[in-house]
Each structure stands twice: as C-alpha cells, then as structure tokens.
Design a protein around this ligand. Structure first.
Ligand SMILES: Nc1ncnc2c1ncn2[C@@H]1O[C@H](COP(=O)(O)OP(=O)(O)OP(=O)(O)O)[C@@H](O)[C@H]1O
Ligand SMILES: [Mg+2]
Length: 266
C-alpha cells in the first residue's frame, strides 16, 4: 500500500466530476475519486447514494452526462461494456445477470474465450476451429468453479442456482477474463457467511498473488473495517469522504450521511 515518496504509483482508475441524471433524479452529481492500484477499496453510502449508477458509468452500462473516467490513464467514459472488459476492467451486479438458460459451465466458458461481446455465430465458428483452446478454457472454468464450491453445479442450468450461488458464479465468471480491476456490487448480499467469507479471502489472495485491484460496495461496516484498505463514502451522488477504515468510522460527515438517511425514513 505505501509507496516511497519519490515513486507514487499512478492510480489505476480516475473518476473526475462525473454526472448522471435520470429525468429529474441526480443519481451521480459530481463524483470524483482515484483508485489505488493493488488495493481493496470499499465504496459505501446510504441506499440511493449512486453507487450502482457509478459502477454502471465506469463499466459502460450507462454513459455519463458529464465528467471524465480514465482507466490505466486512458479515457473510457462512454465505451461499451465489452470494450471496457477487454481492457481488464470487469464488474459484478447487485442484481445478478447470469444466463439462466445456459449451464453454469457454459456461462463460465462464454466469459473465458477472451472475446467478450462476440456474436454467437463467431463463437460457433471458433468452437469448431479451436478445440484445443476450448479444452484450456474448460479447465480454467472448472478450476474457478471449484474455488467457489460450484463445480458440482457445472452441468446445471444457471437459473436453478440460489441467489447466493449466482453471486459466486458472477465473480467466478468475471475472473475468467483475467481482469486487473474488479468492481463488486454487494458481492456478499444473499451469500451465506461461510462462502461469503471465503469469497473475500479469495479477493485478498487474488490481490496478493495476481496484483488485482478491487472496489466493492458493501453495507456491513464490520466487513468493510476488516477487509478494506481504503474506504470511499458516497452520499447524494458525490464522494463526501475517503480514508482509512478507522478514519472513516470516526468521520462526522459519514455518521451524518447515515443518520440523515435514518431520519428521512422515519
Ligand atoms: N435507471 C434509472 N432510472 C431512474 N432512476 C434511477 C435509475 N437508476 C438509478 N436511479 C436512481 O438514482 C439514485 C441512485 O441509485 P443507485 O442504484 O445508483 O444507488 P445505490 O447507492 O446503488 O443504492 P443501494 O445501496 O440501494 O443499492 C436513486 O435515487 C435511484 O432511484
Ligand atoms: Mg446499489
């Protein structure tokens, strides 16, 4: 995490004054932050703060109305999702998006062919041409499924998985693309405690061994305190504070943001 004063590592992701409105709703209203390479950063904030919308903007599922997003120093705002994925930036969804009518293994293999966004016909053509590659991808897919205890489900339709298992499948599938930056939108929601804790152990291991960078949205502050190196706090579409978990826990602006929400609900 710490770098000598003379050689600060450039941030892997920079978000600069990004805006996005839906009709009259200002979902993201001037959000700015930079993401430290190789760190596990938590993104927190009350419901409706704009966290998921920000993920959509970063990963190409929506285009910002204004502002800049740079990944590895290059602008990516407005690029389609498959272009963003190809550069090494992937995300998982708060509400999972697995292909329910495909098997778990096929979901994985579709992601692992290194051609996100590829059409079905090209896929079929490649399937006949590349049996060897196919075998390799299958091996990697099965190993990744094993990591998340899903290897027993490889032949089942993804639609038959529980909500928690779908979350795990999404993460496993994201890892098939060999990303350098992974955005996780509430990865623990609906996942049982044992698997959830293993999922975060895996995240830590991937950071350590593969140097991956992670940004995850999480509402459970105990998990944030234990697992994050750095915390970014959003409220009403903007970043209102960031710092170490300890500093954030004690920050009155953060306490206000959450209390303000509690008050407006009563
Ligand atoms: N497609 C959309 N159309 C209209 N309003 C939207 C849309 N997407 C998000 N919003 C609104 O934008 C605001 C931010 O929503 P967003 O889902 O980004 O918040 P969040 O921080 O992820 O919340 P949560 O913690 O509940 O997941 C909310 O007021 C939401 O209702
Ligand atoms: Mg959300």
């Amino acid at each position: 995490m710490t770098h000598s004063a003379g050689s600060p590592a450039p941030p892997i992701l920079v978000v600069e004054d990004v805006h996005k409105s839906f009709g009259g709703v200002r979902a993201v209203a001037g959000a700015s932050f930079a993401l430290q390479r190789g760190a596990i950063t938590a993104l927190i904030g009350p419901n409706g703060a704009g966290k998921t919308t920000l993920f959509d903007l970063i990963t190409g599922f929506a285009a910002p109305d204004a502002g800049a997003i740079r990944f590895e120093g290059k602008p990516i705002e407005g690029l389609p999702p498959h272009s963003v994925t190809r550069r090494g930036l992937v995300r998982t969804f708060q509400l999972t998006r697995v292909f329910a009518a495909m098997t778990v293994l096929d979901n994985m293999m579709l992601a692992g062919r290194g051609q996100p966004g590829e059409g079905l016909l090209q896929l079929i053509a490649r399937r006949t041409a590349g049996q060897r590659v196919e075998g390799e991808v299958r091996e990697r897919a099965l190993a990744a499924l094993h990591r998340f205890d899903l290897d027993g489900k490889a032949g089942d339709y993804a639609g038959t998985l529980s909500g928690g298992q779908r979350k795990l499948l999404e993460l496993a599938r994201a890892l098939m693309t060999d990303p350098t930056l992974v955005l996780l939108d509430e990865p623990m929601a609906g996942v049982n405690r044992v698997l959830g804790s293993r999922l975060l152990d895996d995240v830590e291991e991937l950071r350590r061994t593969a140097g991956m960078t992670f940004l995850f949205v999480e509402h459970d502050m105990d998990i944030v305190m234990r697992r994050a190196d750095h915390v970014i706090v959003m409220a009403e579409g903007a970043v209102i504070a960031e710092g170490s978990p300890d500093a954030i826990r004690a920050d009155p602006r953060v306490i206000d943001a959450y209390l303000g929400q509690a008050r407006s609900r009563t």
